[in-house]
Unconditional design. Structure first.
Length: 123
């Protein structure tokens, strides 16, 4: 499965760069195979609550997914982000990530999971 779970990093640039490179390599392999992919990040990282390094990774992956979604939409594959809260069960995150890999047409989206988020519902 083409799912990249972003690892927590410190504020050291080499850690940030290594994590972004891991995600890049996974997404490039998926795109070259014309397969969908999903980045999984912590919701607090998108909001900058767990340090600058984690925020750079999470927002970078969101931007990368949205950029890739443009290319994928022309070729029939998708790129999305799952953002989960602390305590969201791993099986819930995995189920949603798998759902996004199978989804037709939903691309470039961030899906937020966990009790701290109320928002739109997907069919």
């Amino acid at each position: 499965m083409n799912i990249h779970h972003a690892a927590a990093v410190g504020d050291d640039w080499s850690e940030v760069k290594a994590e972004l490179e891991r995600a890049f390599h996974m997404s490039r392999r998926a795109a070259q195979a014309e397969e969908s992919f999903v980045f999984v990040v912590h919701n607090d990282d998108l909001l900058g609550r767990r340090g600058a390094g984690n925020a750079i990774v999470a927002t970078g992956l969101l931007s990368a997914a949205r950029t890739a979604a443009i290319e994928g939409s022309r070729k029939g594959w998708t790129a999305n982000v799952i953002a989960h809260d602390e305590g969201t069960p791993a099986e819930v995150v995995q189920r949603w990530a798998a759902r996004m890999l199978e989804s037709d047409g939903v691309t470039g989206e961030v899906i937020r999971l966990g009790p701290g988020h109320l928002g739109k519902a997907l069919p």
